[in-house]
Design a protein around this ligand. Structure first.
Ligand code: URA
Length: 271
């Protein structure tokens, strides 16, 4: 009985700490593992003093990571450029295995909604629910996004929604700069193919990356920027607070509402 209560208390502690998935079916004793590693290190021969590297050998040492990164980016760029339509882009992304996120994700989350819509929203990356269902913004923050859209008369039949990254970063961590950079050609081509009249960047990561700016979301939200398409044309783009952030900071919903009204007005201007 006491054992069950202890197990339940431990489980509750994990849930409170943000643990949201089980990685293995058997427990792993990391204490034993780390003791074994320490023993191996103690028995290993003492490390040699580092030898001075010539410039040729130092550039060789740095090369593998750089080459892998460049290869992924170059490949993504070529694949994205060769995709003539959204179906082709979805296909090449589903087959792209150079992004490490793809290996841990369950699904490639491509996009949802109406690809002929005037308004395209771009979020950060799929979370656990999106990864499971293969659809963007279907979890709690997606439900808030739906309510935000509904407040200005929009729904998934008259907007198109996607993310900067098509694969869930493990544990919902923020994507690294490398992951973002290697996937950038895909989202840029995605925007080019949808060719919306207006863009909304949902959250700071999408806004700073796609607008190539360093400002925080609080400075950028509610302002119109020019998103430059590769061909040279510009699409008006507004960053807004991410619904996940609004769930944590409900007082900011007032500002989000002002931004939504500005988006609604701009949409009315172009129809
Ligand atoms: N957060 C995002 O940025 N995108 C999703 O699809 C879900 C949560």
């Amino acid at each position: 009985m006491e054992h069950t209560a202890n197990c339940l208390a431990a489980l509750n502690f994990y849930v409170d700490a943000g643990v949201d998935e089980v990685i293995g079916t058997m427990p792993v004793d990391r204490y034993t593992e780390s003791k074994a590693t320490q023993a191996a290190v103690t028995q290993a021969p003492a490390p040699q003093a580092p030898r001075r590297q010539t410039s040729a050998s130092s550039s060789k040492a740095a090369a593998p990571r750089k080459v892998a990164q460049t290869e992924a980016e170059t490949s993504a760029r070529a694949l994205a450029a060769g995709a003539a339509d959204l179906a082709a882009l979805q296909d090449v992304m589903a087959g792209f295995d150079l992004c490490p996120l793809r290996r841990t994700a369950t699904n490639t989350v491509f996009g949802a909604g109406n690809a002929a819509a005037k308004l395209m929203l771009v979020g950060e990356a799929p979370g656990a629910d999106e990864d499971r269902q293969g659809q963007p913004f279907v979890g709690v923050s997606g439900q808030l996004l739906d309510r935000m859209l509904a407040s200005i008369g929009l729904d998934r039949d008259n907007v198109y929604i996607t993310n900067m990254l098509a694969w869930r970063p493990p544990g919902n961590r923020k994507p690294t700069a490398e992951e973002t950079t290697m996937c950038l050609p895909f989202i840029r081509r995605h925007i080019e193919l949808v060719a919306p009249d207006l863009l909304v960047f949902v959250g700071g990561t999408a806004a700073t990356t796609l607008l190539d700016r360093n400002d925080g979301i609080t400075r950028m939200r509610g302002r119109w920027f020019d998103y430059m398409v590769d061909g040279g044309s510009a699409i008006p783009a507004m960053p807004i607070f991410h619904p996940a952030y609004l769930l944590r900071q409900p007082a900011l919903k007032r500002q989000a509402w002002i931004d939504l009204l500005a988006i609604k007005a701009r949409l009315q201007d172009i129809s």
